[in-house]
Design a binder for this molecule. Structure first.
Ligand code: SF4
Length: 507
């Protein structure tokens, strides 16, 4: 049933345009998905999107503007967005839905109540694009949830257009539609996403060690402008990334502080978002003296490619009813998957080398699958699949972090209900692993922070002990504080790695 929110905070103002839902008869709501967006309308319609990191959303907007598209990134979802999502959404949805659906409603209400647009004008002049798709969890219901909540919020008929998250650059495109889901669109989008990943990764490496508070964020904003301009003017992106080096080099760092390294992983959105959606987890950890290892989006892209490859290989052995085996039925698909993987890795590597991200390894999903398959059935897709279990095992075996946090929305099916169940077996086999699984519900921040602080205490001790066990050489070369110097050793902490890299080896 379509229900109206009862909380007075969400009652509309007295504009008669907004009072319809109070007087509307209760009726069974149905999702009528036949929304159109024609070429005639294109000049007058702004396409809203959002939901990735702040930097990525901005870069995507610039990248798509360069294709002549009127895309606009939404503001970051906050707690008010979450409350609106809950007020207008169905019960029992996931946090990412509440935050993102509520964020869209909040934005549209502002257009209506502050800019004076009528609901009808908003529906005509704006639409929203998001990823959709099927799956074993509630992800498959996101699009319908958007439509239902918007309808109850007074924006019945607001267009939600979606692309299939697992179909890569080849989406079904309707010839009459002005929505531009072409390969060029997705290639441009992917470039913006991976450049955002690279700059974000460098930000997380530098911010905890900056001498002047805020210097890293300023430098990242300057890099964002350089790259956005390169997108808009269709300039060489590798050169733009190289130009960013000059900006980053000016950030003074003191990298010999033994800070705990914390890997933040878990459900895709909860682990990636930078705001109230995960109680600003990354910033909180940094304020508490930690260095974060975030999960870049390239991990998710590589997982999608691996899943497609895995599914294709599985179909090799499927027998037809007449018992004849199917040959490797679609070599074209295999070639496409391989090409996508190579293209993604090549672009990432070029951009990363240009700006000076040297020590990041694009995840080898097959290696992670091999690490986790004794614990996690690889056929179980949904959410991050086997990745959460694999990250913890990899971190324990290769000493990548002092603490691994798996963050997920309350009741997330793949993450809380499947992966976390398996993680108890992993932690019993790797007792040295410092692992914290934590749920976000949109409320209960104090409990969340307190649990993180408890796990961080142990991580801080481990980082300190690791550093103090090393002999500090008398001469410390200045390069050690330079962001471009990224040695790899068997230590987890940055300071310990740097010291170990300049300590002569005794054979
Ligand atoms: S992965 Fe978890 S949070 Fe995301 S849609 Fe599925 S159940 Fe919800």
């Amino acid at each position: 049933m379509s229900t109206s929110p009862s909380c007075s905070a969400f009652r509309p103002n007295n504009n008669p345009d907004n009072l319809h839902f109070i007087h509307r008869e209760k009726s069974h709501w149905k999702d009528h998905t036949r929304y159109t967006f024609t070429m005639d309308e294109k000049q007058d319609v702004t396409i809203l999107f959002g939901g990735l990191t702040l930097l990525q959303d901005k870069l995507i907007a610039s990248a798509l503007h360069s294709l002549g598209e009127r895309y606009m990134a939404m503001p970051n979802p906050d707690f008010e967005s979450f409350q609106l999502g809950k007020a207008f959404g169905n019960r029992g949805q996931c946090n990412p839905t509440y935050f993102n659906v509520g964020n869209l409603i909040k934005y549209l209400q502002k257009l209506r109540d502050e800019k004076g647009l009528s609901s009808k004008e908003i529906i005509q002049k704006y639409l929203f694009v998001t990823a959709g798709g099927c799956g074993p969890c509630r992800f498959g219901m996101y699009i319908t949830e958007y439509r239902k909540a918007l309808s109850d919020a007074g924006f019945e008929g607001f267009r939600i257009m979606s692309f299939e998250h697992n179909k890569g650059i080849f989406q079904a495109v309707n010839d009459n539609s002005a929505i531009n889901f072409t390969p060029t669109f997705f290639i441009t989008l992917t470039k913006a996403v991976i450049i955002g990943d690279i700059i974000n990764l460098l930000g997380y490496k530098m911010r905890p060690y900056e001498l002047q508070k805020g210097a890293t964020d300023k430098a990242i904003e300057a890099c964002r402008k350089i790259v956005s301009e390169a997108f808009m003017q269709k300039k060489n992106l590798v050169k733009a990334m190289w130009k960013c080096r000059e900006v980053l080099e000016k950030v003074g760092l003191d990298r010999l502080q033994p800070k705990p390294k914390v890997m933040v992983m878990g459900e895709f959105w909860a682990a990636m978002t930078e705001g109230d959606g995960n109680y600003n987890l990354h910033r909180f950890l940094e304020e508490e003296g930690a260095e974060c290892i975030p999960q870049p989006l390239i991990n998710r892209l590589m997982l999608s490619i691996w899943e497609a490859e895995f599914a294709l290989e599985k179909t090799q052995d499927i027998e037809k009813p007449d018992q004849k085996k199917i040959d490797f039925s679609n070599p074209k698909n295999k070639l496409l998957i391989k090409t996508a993987k190579i293209a993604l890795k090549t672009h990432f590597t070029f951009y990363a080398k240009a700006i000076g991200l040297h020590d990041f390894e694009i995840p080898d999903i097959q290696k992670l699958a091999d690490l986790s398959k004794a614990y996690y059935p690889l056929e179980s897709s949904g959410g991050e699949g086997h990745m959460e279990v694999a990250h913890l095992i990899e971190s324990a075996k290769e000493n990548l972090a002092h603490l691994v946090i798996s963050v997920k929305p309350f009741g997330c099916m793949p993450s809380s209900c499947v992966s976390d169940g398996i993680q108890s077996l992993v932690t019993s086999r790797f007792p040295a692993a410092n692992f914290l699984s934590i749920e976000t519900s949109g409320e209960g921040a104090a409990n969340f922070y307190s649990r993180v602080q408890m796990a961080l205490f142990k991580a801080k001790q481990a980082a300190k002990e690791e550093f103090e066990a090393l002999d500090i050489p008398k001469y410390i070369p200045p390069k050690i504080h330079h962001y471009l110097y990224q040695p790899k050793t068997d230590k987890a902490g940055t300071a310990a790695r740097l010291i170990q890299s300049i300590t002569p080896k005794i054979f």
